[in-house]
Structure formats: structure tokens, C-alpha cells
Design a protein around this ligand. Structure first.
Ligand code: ACO
Length: 434
């Protein structure tokens, strides 16, 4: 990041002779950013930006999104190229280390992850504390937060080696934690990880296999799983990543921070949208019901949203949605599902919405969640697992962003200000006089 020698923004306070000249900062791409840090000192005012739509909260070298053009880059590489040529663990290396690995570096990295796939045996007991019908995200929040009680040897956030081990542990254990959440739900025995399998393959194995039978993971499905994981690996300063950064800014340990990120991801406006899309499609039920549903969406009083549509940053087609839409057809083809009523309904809904003035005027396009639920359902995942799978993939982004923040010399505790609109100072009234 560099200050522009020539450009700045000057703000003048009406009715006074006070002004503040704010330097404009340049990234490598993207709009310039006004550095407002001195504005309170100069003018005695704060800035107001609920939802942070116009605020850069940090400097980052990890992921870039151009929402108008529909561009997503991980460390400069377009998501389309990574989806076609890379693997999830290679992308994980790229996001955490900054560069694509050499073959030897990738082998070492894969070994590093694989060495940590098992959970401390005592963590098994944690699952018994949940109701059998516990949502997998509730289990993940709890178990991931609890990791900090088991891995004391890697909790010094100022030690680079500890940060590295914690990152390996989180990336490696997340599939085991998620697969076991499902096994606990379904009353089947937990399957231990198999380190002879690839990352996505191992997850499918732990999720589907039972001890009574030999289970062979379908390579097409393992490839699709790997692709879905690549697409969800990072997305710059979204709500859950900002939650991880904000938690981490206090010096909290990485396991606690990622647990906070999982909680944030759970909401239907964020990662929970893939589950909500499937519920929505099921409720619409048939193509003929689409017009009625869309009228409800457009009725402000209804609070109904077209789930899987719209995005804070993308005002164009989400590039991940395009990739996943194609993968959807491939997976359904592989599974021999010729006509999937939900996919047909989704395609028709998308077509109608993309030509509807309401959505066109507001630049609302399908986001990644619009199709991810359909592909995950076809792969045999219950809807309650969708967001948990998102959390498994996004852990790579969260931990990369957390580490970047810890290493940033400008990092301070995150502490926004407010416009206070409550009562001014007043005296306590004894109970009998109220
Ligand atoms: N359906 C109907 N209307 C919508 C939708 C939608 N999905 N999304 C936005 N709008 C409307 C808003 O009501 C608003 O209309 P108005 O100008 O008449 O008031 C306008 O479009 C602008 O929307 P905002 O709410 O200001 O957009 P914001 O950036 O705050 O919200 C969000 C983005 C939360 C993603 C929103 O589009 C949404 O709720 N979408 C559905 C949930 C979803 O798919 N979430 C997944 C996001 S991607 C991810 O997390 C992986």
C-alpha cells in the first residue's frame, strides 16, 4: 500500500474554518482509498458506515474481487484458472503462503496437513454432549472452539511456528469435525481419517463410509468436492472473515477466532444461504409457482428474499456461480440423474429473475449459493451439512487472513465508534418514584 503523492481528499466542516486533508492510498488494483485516520483529530467528527459498505478495514494481499466485472482472484490468479487446473490443497498453500508451490513444496504441505487429520481422542466425548439432532454448525462452533483446550502447544500467536502448526491443525481437522457431526446426527460410528486419501476424498470417505463395508470414493465426486472447496476457500473481507479478524485483533487464539467465524458464517444472509436456497426451491415446488413467489419477493412488506441472489460486492454474475452451475450438470450426469426437478426449477427461476426489472435494476445476480445446494444435495449431503461444508473450505481463507492480520505492523484492536442516540445523562430514580 502506498500513499499517492499527488491526490488527497479535503473535507471542510461547514460553518468553521476547519478542514482535514486525507491522503489517498493506492492498492495494486481497485479504487483508491481515503485514509480517514486523522479526521477525528482534525475535525472532531467520526464517519458513519453501517455494514462497512464504503470502508476498507485492513490492507490485504490475499484475495481481490471486482464486483462490477465479476472477477475473483486468489493471490492474483483468476478463480476460473484455479478451478480448472489446481487442487484444494494447492490453493490452500497459495492462500496461506502467497505463491503457488513447487511439486516438492506441495508434497511437504500435503504431508503437513495429513499429519494432523485426527482429533484428540477425548474430543470424541464432546459429541455426546449434543442432542442427536444438533445442527452440524452448532457442533462445529463448539468443537472448533474446544480445540484450544487441547492444543496448548501451539497457542502463542506471536510465535510464527505456532501459527503455522495451528493453521495445519485447523485445515486438517475441519473435515473430520464436520464428518463426525454428520455421523453423530445419523447414529453411525465415527470413521477415522485415512491419510492415504486426498483431502476432499478423505472427507467423502469419513462422511459416507461405515466400518461394516469397504467404501470406495467415486473419483468424479471427489473432484467435484475438491472444486467446491476451491470456490469457497476465500472471499476477502466478508462477514465471517471480518469476524475472524476482529476476534483475532484482541489477541484471541486462532481456534477461538475460527469458531467465531463459523458462528458468523451460519447466518442465512451469508453461508447459510445454500441451505436456504434448497428450502426455498422445495417450497416453490413447481415452475408454475415462480411468478407468485417472485411477487412475494418484490413485496417489501413480505421480507421474503430470493435466496442465492444478490451480493454486497458482486453487481454482476458471481464467477463462482458460473463454475458451479457447470459442475452441477457434470455431477448430475455422472450420477445418472437426467432430470433433476430442483435444478430445472433453479434454472427457470434464474432465467425469469435475470429478465425481471426488479432484479435488473438492483443488479441482483445469482451468487455461489444458488447452485451449490443443488450439487451438494445430488452428492448425498443433507441440507443441514451445506454450511458446515462451506466452513470446512473457508477455514483456509480465515486462517490466511488471520495470520496476515497478526503479521501486519499496522494492526490494532478492532474497535468501531458509534452515533449515540440514547438518553443524555440523567439521575437515577428510586423504584418507588418511577
Ligand atoms: N432478493 C430480493 N431482493 C433483494 C435481494 C434478494 N436476494 N438481495 C437484495 N435485494 C434488494 C434489497 O431489498 C434492496 O432493495 P431496495 O433498494 O429496494 O431496498 C436492494 O436489493 C439492495 O440490497 P441490499 O440489501 O442493500 O444489499 P446488501 O449488500 O446489504 O445485501 C445480501 C447483500 C445480504 C447478500 C442480500 O443480497 C441477500 O440477502 N441475498 C440473499 C441471501 C444470499 O443469497 N446470501 C448469500 C450471499 S453470498 C455468500 O455469503 C456466500
Amino acid at each position: 500500500m502506498s500513499g499517492s503523492a499527488k491526490r488527497s481528499v479535503t473535507i471542510t466542516l461547514d460553518g468553521s474554518n476547519k478542514s482535514s486533508t486525507l491522503p489517498l492510498l493506492d492498492g495494486t488494483i481497485g479504487p483508491q482509498v481515503a485514509d480517514i485516520r486523522r479526521i477525528y483529530g482534525d475535525l472532531g467528527i467520526f464517519t458513519y458506515d453501517p455494514g462497512y459498505g464504503a470502508t476498507a478495514a485492513c490492507e490485504s494481499k490475499i484475495t481481490y474481487i471486482d464486483g462490477d466485472q465479476g472477477i475473483l482472484l486468489y493471490r492474483g490468479y483468476p478463480i476460473e484458472q484455479l478451478a480448472e487446473h489446481s487442487s484444494f490443497l494447492e490453493v490452500a498453500y497459495l492462500l496461506t503462503n502467497g505463491e503457488l508451490p513447487t511439486p516438492a513444496q506441495l508434497r511437504d504441505y500435503e504431508m503437513g496437513v495429513l499429519r494432523h487429520t485426527m482429533l484428540h481422542e477425548q474430543l470424541r466425548q464432546f459429541y455426546n454432549g449434543f442432542r442427536r439432532d444438533a445442527h452440524p454448525m452448532a457442533v462445529m462452533c463448539g468443537v472448533v472452539g474446544a480445540l484450544s483446550a487441547f492444543y496448548h502447544d501451539s497457542l502463542d500467536i506471536n510465535n510464527p511456528e505456532h501459527r503455522k502448526i495451528s493453521a495445519f491443525r485447523l485445515i486438517a481437522k475441519m473435515p473430520t469435525i464436520a464428518a463426525w457431526a454428520h455421523k453423530y446426527n445419523s447414529g453411525q460410528p465415527f470413521m477415522y481419517p485415512r491419510n492415504d486419501l486426498g483431502y476432499a476424498e478423505n472427507f467423502l470417505y469419513m462422511f459416507n463410509a461405515v466400518p461394516a463395508e469397504t467404501y470406495k470414493v467415486n473419483p468424479i465426486l471427489a473432484k467435484a468436492m475438491d472444486l467446491i472447496m476451491i470456490l469457497h476457500a476465500d472471499h476477502e473481507q466478508n462477514a465471517s472473515t471480518s469476524t475472524v479478524r476482529l476476534s483475532g485483533s484482541t489477541g484471541a487464539n486462532p481456534f477461538a477466532c475460527i469458531a467465531a467465524g463459523i458462528a458468523s458464517l451460519w447466518g442465512p444472509a451469508h453461508g447459510g444461504a445454500n441451505e436456504a436456497v434448497l428450502k426455498m426451491l422445495t417450497e416453490i415446488g413447481h415452475v408454475r409457482n415462480i411468478p407468485e413467489f417472485l411477487s412475494e419477493v418484490k413485496d417489501k412488506g413480505s421480507h421474503t428474499k430470493l435466496m442465492g441472489f444478490g451480493h454486497r460486492v458482486y453487481k454482476n454474475y458471481d464467477p463462482r456461480a458460473k463454475i458451479i452451475q457447470k459442475a452441477c450438470h457434470d455431477v448430475l450426469g455422472e450420477l445418472g440423474i437426467k432430470d433433476d426437478p430442483l435444478l430445472d426449477l433453479a434454472l427457470e427461476l434464474e432465467k425469469i429473475a435475470l429478465n425481471d426489472k426488479y432484479f435488473v435494476d438492483r443488479k441482483l445476480y445469482p451468487n455461489v449459493d444458488f447452485y451449490s445446494g443443488i450439487i451438494l444435495k445430488a452428492m448425498g449431503f443433507p441440507t443441514s451439512m451445506f454450511t458446515a461444508l462451506f466452513a470446512v473450505s473457508r477455514t483456509v481463507g480465515w486462517i490466511s487472513q488471520w495470520a496476515e492480520m497478526i503479521e501486519d505492523p499496522e494492526q490494532r484492536i478492532g474497535r468501531p465508534r458509534q452515533i449515540y442516540t440514547g438518553p443524555t445523562q440523567r439521575d437515577y430514580i428510586p423504584p418507588g418514584q418511577r
